[in-house]
Write a protein that binds this ligand. Structure first.
Ligand code: ACO
Length: 374
């Protein structure tokens, strides 16, 4: 049993205490705005659906970094420095892609001059580097040689090219680009907060992005589109959808790709991605199945939880895009991390521009002051 301190500790508790900082404002931001009740998401005030339809990942990243909307903004992937390639070659082929990406970012940081404060140029550099590094690792672990960036390609088709060695068709590249746009930014989530905390010490952008990747690696961050893929495999065919969904709910299971901590309406990112997937030339085989399962799931969830809106979340159609463009499920989390580079680095710049060391209090719960045993 522990005693409460008998006198006020140096860190006097401040109440109310909110575990997980839930509901506690910890930063001001002009970047992303999530309106969960209305199912709206904006980046610098622009609706996510419009950004997907009329923009591209480089344009959206540039918008987040600078505030300027230049729809034709070009950002190719960049070369992987030798030191990073040496590190990637030294990793076991069994390493998780997220671990490889975090390692690559760390080694990259050691090869750069990253002065304070972090700039849009630095953000551009790390965002352009990471897809090349991840693609290089994805090839090395298969016994294939990495592919040099093609400066004519924008970041997302460039990433696909460096993964496969072939230029993706326009519809495939467009679908993955849309996924990158919707994944670019989402307020003060755990990894973005981690990036801001690291930046607040005046550490550099590579350290902050490396820390953010570490935070995102945990299974509680974001979701797992690969679990949606698995769920659809289990359902098997559209005729089995109704029975499978009802049985799963009766067993107390959660339907993957439905419900959200913040959104109480259809996730606007899912709506934007659904449109893109439906327009793909080479739709994933199981798209019809996915649409049928979604219809049934929304109906059954509304029936079982009439008071709590449980709608489709971004993971559902993210799974369709990632699978549809040919990524293996173990690359899904690290690909999400690539997309989030734009948001992380924009928050890093924003934090540095009006910096205050982030240093909250802990409520001391250990023993009262006492003498060491003799
Ligand atoms: N399937 C079935 N029932 C659900 C689901 C679901 N996907 N989501 C919530 N419920 C039910 C719960 O069982 C609970 O029912 P009860 O009140 O009878 O016990 C009720 O809805 C409320 O659930 P909470 O746990 O309070 O909802 P919370 O806001 O904490 O959960 C979460 C959000 C974790 C995303 C949840 O909806 C879930 O587990 N979904 C499935 C996993 C998933 O898709 N994750 C990706 C999320 S998207 C993202 O993070 C980027």
């Amino acid at each position: 049993m522990t005693d409460r301190p008998s006198k006020a500790p140096a860190e006097a508790p401040t109440y109310p205490y909110s575990p997980g900082l839930e509901g506690v404002p910890a930063a001001e931001t002009a970047l992303g705005y999530v309106d969960g009740a209305a199912g709206r998401l904006t980046y610098r005030g622009y609706r996510i659906g419009d950004l997907v339809e009329r923009g591209s990942y480089p344009a959206v990243a540039n918008l987040l970094w600078t505030g300027d909307w230049e729809p034709k903004h070009h950002l190719p992937t960049s070369a992987v420095p030798d030191a990073v390639m040496t590190a990637l070659r030294a990793l076991p082929t069994s390493a998780k892609p997220m671990d490889a990406l975090r390692t690559a970012v760390s080694v990259w940081g050691a090869t750069q001059v990253l002065d304070w404060p972090p700039t849009a140029e630095q953000a551009r550099a790390i965002t352009a580097f990471s897809p090349s590094a991840l693609a290089a690792f994805a090839r090395l672990r298969q016994g294939l040689e990495p592919i040099e960036p093609d400066p004519d390609l924008d970041l997302v088709p460039g990433y696909l090219y460096q993964l496969t060695g072939a230029r993706a068709d326009a519809s495939t590249a467009r679908a993955l680009d849309a996924y990158f746009v919707v994944g670019a930014e989402h307020g003060l989530n755990a990894s973005t907060f981690a990036a801001r905390v690291i930046t607040s010490t005046r550490s550099d952008i590579a350290s902050a992005v490396g820390g953010a990747i570490g935070a995102m690696k945990g299974p509680l961050h974001g979701g797992a589109p690969s679990e949606v893929v698995e769920q659809l495999h289990k359902v098997g065919s559209p005729e089995r959808a109704e029975q499978w969904v009802r049985d799963a709910i009766d067993r107390g299971e959660r339907l993957m790709g439905f419900g959200h901590r913040v959104y109480r309406a259809y996730d606007p990112r899912a709506a934007a991605l659904r449109k893109v997937v439906e327009a793909m030339d080479n739709k994933p085989d199981w798209l019809d199945l996915a649409i049928k399962v979604e219809d049934v799931a929304l109906r059954v969830l509304a029936e079982k939880h009439p008071d709590r809106p449980l709608k489709t979340n971004v993971e559902y159609y993210a799974a369709a895009v990632l699978q549809g463009v040919g990524l293996t499920p173990d690359l899904f989390p690290a690909t999400f991390a690539l997309a989030r580079h734009a948001g992380w680095t924009a928050h890093i710049i924003e934090q540095a521009a009006d910096n205050r060391l982030i240093r909250p209090n802990a409520i001391y719960t250990g023993p009262a002051e006492r003498d060491l045993p003799v």
